[in-house]
Ligand binder design. Structure first.
Ligand SMILES: C[S@@+](CC[C@H](N)C(=O)[O-])C[C@H]1O[C@@H](n2cnc3c(N)ncnc32)[C@H](O)[C@@H]1O
Length: 266
């Protein structure tokens, strides 16, 4: 089933396009000989509008958002561990976020301090690594992730899932893996088997198949099992975004949009 992509939604709060373009152009100018992701954090710390936006989304003071970013910047073990995988995947397509969505994800995990994050779509594991770094810094929480065996086929949403021979989630540093449960199974099958998250504060990060139907079923399956504190959706501008809009309409809650990431908190 396909939905009308022009479906109206009164509850969108967008990060300033002008500021986004400014950030992206600064990110693009980062010297490739540096650890690019760590340099991105400096760009974000210097964007008052980004700090203000995230602070509004998660309802924490701006100084805490800055503190989270500084703490990540100082997490030497994290940067030492991801330097090589970052270099390895930087040349590949379908490598996950190469700009700054993973850092936004880290901030959301820090501020919302979930007991559990459910993630669909791992690929190289960049988003997984940043969420795990957030849980690690919080001193609580675990990540349950789902992905299909890497096939190299073009998926229904047009994405290419080829990992160029790398293992799913290879990006995730060893020191974070005890917080991680990686399930190699279709998310729609795997989610049905989740049993250990009753009475927990659960955050859902969707980044698997970006079709309306798939996202809708994933969200439905999860909401039938747990009470979510929020849903974060990468590639919100694709058909999957309509599934999030429907939830937002029902709940009469805003979707915050930062770059192509949609964030709906309950
Ligand atoms: C965009 S990539 C994920 C990128 C990752 N979240 C990141 O930012 O680093 C999408 C992933 O979703 C996975 N995927 C697609 N359909 C799926 C399904 N039905 N169940 C689980 N994973 C699926 C693909 O195999 C692919 O690895």
């Amino acid at each position: 089933m396909s939905k009308d992509a022009s479906m109206a939604n009164d509850y969108h709060i967008n990060f300033s396009m002008q500021e986004l373009n400014k950030i992206l152009s600064l990110v693009d100018k980062i010297d490739a000989s540096k650890l690019v992701d760590r340099e991105k954090i400096k760009v974000l710390i210097n964007s008052n509008q980004y700090i203000e936006f995230i602070s509004k989304v998660v309802d924490v003071q701006q100084r805490h958002v800055v503190r989270y970013l500084r703490e990540l910047m100082l997490e030497k073990i994290f940067w030492d561990s991801i330097e090589k995988p970052l270099q390895n995947i930087s040349e590949l397509s379908a490598a996950g976020d190469l700009r700054f969505n993973s850092i936004t994800l880290y901030l959301l995990v820090r501020a919302l301090a979930p007991d559990v994050v459910i993630e669909t779509g791992v690929a190289h594991g960049k988003s997984s690594a940043y969420q795990l770094a957030g849980l690690h810094a919080n001193g609580k929480g675990k990540l349950i992730s789902f992905d299909l065996p890497a096939s190299g086929n073009v998926a229904l949403d047009g994405s290419n899932t080829d990992l160029a021979g790398y293992e799913i989630g290879h990006f995730v540093p060893p020191y974070l893996r005890h917080l991680w449960e990686l399930n190699i199974v279709d998310s729609l099958i795997g989610i049905e088997k989740i049993s250990s998250v009753k009475n927990k504060r659960v955050l859902f990060f969707h980044d698997s198949l970006h079709t309306y139907d798939h996202a809708k079923y994933e969200i439905q399956l999860i909401r039938d099992r747990v009470s979510l504190i929020g849903i974060i959706m990468d590639n919100y501008d694709m058909d999957c975004g309509l599934a999030l809009q429907e939830i937002s309409d029902d709940a009469q809650k805003e979707i915050y949009i930062c770059k192509d990431m949609g964030i709906l908190l309950f």
